[in-house]
Design a protein around this ligand. Sequence first.
Ligand code: ZN
Length: 335
Amino acid sequence: MSDLTPEAALEQAADAGIHRLAIPTPFAVGRVNCYLLEDEPLTLVDTGPNSGKALDELQRALAERGHSIDDLELVIVTHQHIDHLGLVEIIVEHSGAAVAALGVAAARLANFNEDAEAEDRFAVELMLRNGIPEEVTAALQSVSRSFRSWGSHVAVTRPLADGEEIGLRDRTLRALHRPGHSPSDTVFWDEERRILIAADHLLAHISSNPLISRPLDGSNERTQALVTYIESMRKTRELPAEFVLGGHGEPIVDHVALIDDRIAKHERRKEKIFKLIDECPRSGYEIAQAIWGNVAVTQAFLTLSEVIGHADLLVNEGRVREVEDRDVVRYEATG
Ligand SMILES: [Zn+2]
């Protein structure tokens, strides 16, 4: 157990030249945490979404520390979600900053619009196959389209390999690929100070939704997002971090306890879903409705991702199988 408080962790980070800039987003999650590293090169980890309000607040937050957007020399992108990378293009136009991100994600980040379109088509197909009605998928697709302008294409000039080090004047950050929440999630480990910048891989107060998506190669397979996410959490659990700086909310001062808690919750949810499947074969949508009621409609993709993620665990354990029933997939118990 650590007796460090989140507030003290932020102070300790600031003493190490790491400053949290909480930038507004139009999304339910609220503000996104970007981190300014006062080092050489002057570095910003994540940017906030592509909006005038986010840009204004980022400029103001940088000015409070005596910097401007033009001064930024390196932007690090933690993953492919638009609340984290929307301002990259504008920042690079102003500053000429280098852009570092996971190399295997670079092609998709470069083709943001086409990629978002392909991801939407993939999501619609996945929802239909899992029994979600067509009108619900159509509504979600138009919501997703309307959010697209908050994103940006990202030209990665510094592609990172898993495990690669970024050397700054005062610190070394090791890029570690931790897929699950998204396929491109990358965390940045300062071994000397035992500080982990984890973005959405680990959040203090909300669980990091392991959203089903296409794999990084852009093929039309789907990821086993939760299976992958649990593997990634187990790796992070081994890091002797003093604290973890997340992409939303407060720092995490006991990541081992948090990860154990998250894994136990997934275990419980998996058993709850197994019970429902064991009663009678059900589609992903039917399972989501049984657990979340109307939220399975309004948050259809999110709740379906949850169901499929846990069903993947059960399929991998041999307790459940997928059965094609006309155009819809149902889960049934093998026993
Ligand atoms: Zn995210």
